[in-house]
Design a protein around this ligand. Structure first.
Ligand code: UT7
Length: 331
């Protein structure tokens, strides 16, 4: 059986910054409420003029991944594109990205609809397929333009989200390589589907004029319900991947959690007994970018010199569905 490792990372962040003060000019809110309840100060917003759509962002991030991994586009055997805001319904964003990258090897290209857990789903699926020998190098992307799906008149939700993209190439490692994915878990609990959903726009309820008039076609969330399940699930999954790899909490160098709310991150950290200094947090700058939060936070922590090769890193994600997943790896 082969082993896998992260070979390269990349991100793209839209140029436009929207601060809490900007938001307080359009909905009844303020910086103090948003920051104390969520930890968010500002978020990025994609241009609607073009150049910053999800596959555009992914193209930029993927180029950095390839350069760091010292790979050519045609070395990629599969693209896994995690997003709830893909460029279009058809074709999938992975196929669009394949063409934009100039990949001509007919590699597999699949979108993952697992909301905020999508990137971790991608990493764990890629790891399994690399282990069997079916693929060698997989480009895993989390890219979101949530600003399109947010009701900008609903203060309970529009303050939370932002746009952005993070990506990684996970590939077969060399035999003497210390870097490897050690364990993973993926899960879901569909009984909590109504805590965070967007029922309008699918086959059951196609979008109609009445939805546009009443603004009922956007994402909707029961924040308190999500909060409770999130902390419990994140802590449970982290414990499971550590147990599977025979690793204790003290040995973990870095927890890279999904960035949905600073209070969720802090509560999860307390449940796990991990010191704050070992928890990567960047929610203040970007808000919740769904599938992109973990790869962006991971990338920034590497560039800031925090996460180094050889460190034990734990990805921990939770989102709509309700989906969840965790990965333990030696970077
Ligand atoms: O990525 C997927 C995972 N995402 C999550 O898991 C999100 C989890 N949930 C949360 O992060 C939090 O529940 C929220 C940040 C969404 C909300 O925080 P909360 O502490 O649960 O606040 P709340 O919804 O209970 O609202 C408290 C009060 C309400 O007023 P009353 O009813 O107490 O008078 C709201 O109307 O705050 C009010 N409020 C606001 N006030 C100012 C709600 N939104 C705002 C706002 N600005 N933007």
């Amino acid at each position: 059986m082969y082993k896998s490792k992260i070979k390269g990372t990349g991100i793209y962040l839209p140029k436009k910054v929207m601060t809490n003060d900007d938001l307080s000019k359009t909905v009844e809110t303020n910086d103090e409420w948003i920051f104390t309840r969520t930890g968010i100060r500002e978020r990025r917003i994609c241009s609607t003029e073009g150049g910053e759509f999800p596959t555009d962002m992914a193209l930029n991030a993927a180029k950095d991944c390839l350069a760091e991994a010292k790979l050519e586009p045609n070395d990629i055997d599969m693209i896994l594109f995690a997003s709830v805001t893909p460029d279009a319904k058809l074709p999938n964003s992975a196929c669009i990205l394949q063409t934009k990258l100039g990949i001509t090897n007919k590699c597999a290209a699949l979108d993952i609809a697992a909301a905020c857990s999508g990137f971790v789903y991608g990493i764990n699926m890629a790891d399994s397929m690399i282990k069997t020998g079916m693929v060698k190098n997989v480009l895993v992307v989390g890219s979101e333009m949530l600003s399109r799906e947010v009701n900008w008149e609903d203060r309970s939700i529009c303050i939370l989200f932002g746009d952005g993209c993070g990506a990684a190439i996970i590939g077969r490692n060399d035999e003497d390589d210390q870097s490897e994915v050690l364990s993973g878990i993926l899960g879901a609990d569909g009984t909590g589907a109504e805590f965070f959903d967007q029922p309008v726009g699918g086959s059951v309820e196609p979008i109609a004029q009445s939805h546009l008039d009443n603004r009922t076609h956007f994402m909707q969330m029961k924040g308190r319900d999500m909060f409770k399940v999130a902390t419990r699930t994140l802590a449970d999954n982290a414990k499971t991947v550590m147990k599977r790899a025979g690793v204790s909490m003290d040995e973990i160098d870095w927890l890279v959690p999904h960035q949905a709310n600073i209070r969720i991150i802090e509560t999860t950290g307390k449940l796990l007994g991990i010191p704050d200094e070992k928890v990567i947090v960047n929610i203040g700058k970007y808000g919740n970018t769904s599938a992109a939060t973990i790869p962006i936070a991971f990338y920034e922590a590497i560039k800031e010199g925090k996460i180094k090769r050889g460190d034990l890193v734990l990805f921990d994600a939770f989102g709509a569905g309700l989906t969840s997943g965790a990965t333990l790896l030696r970077y």
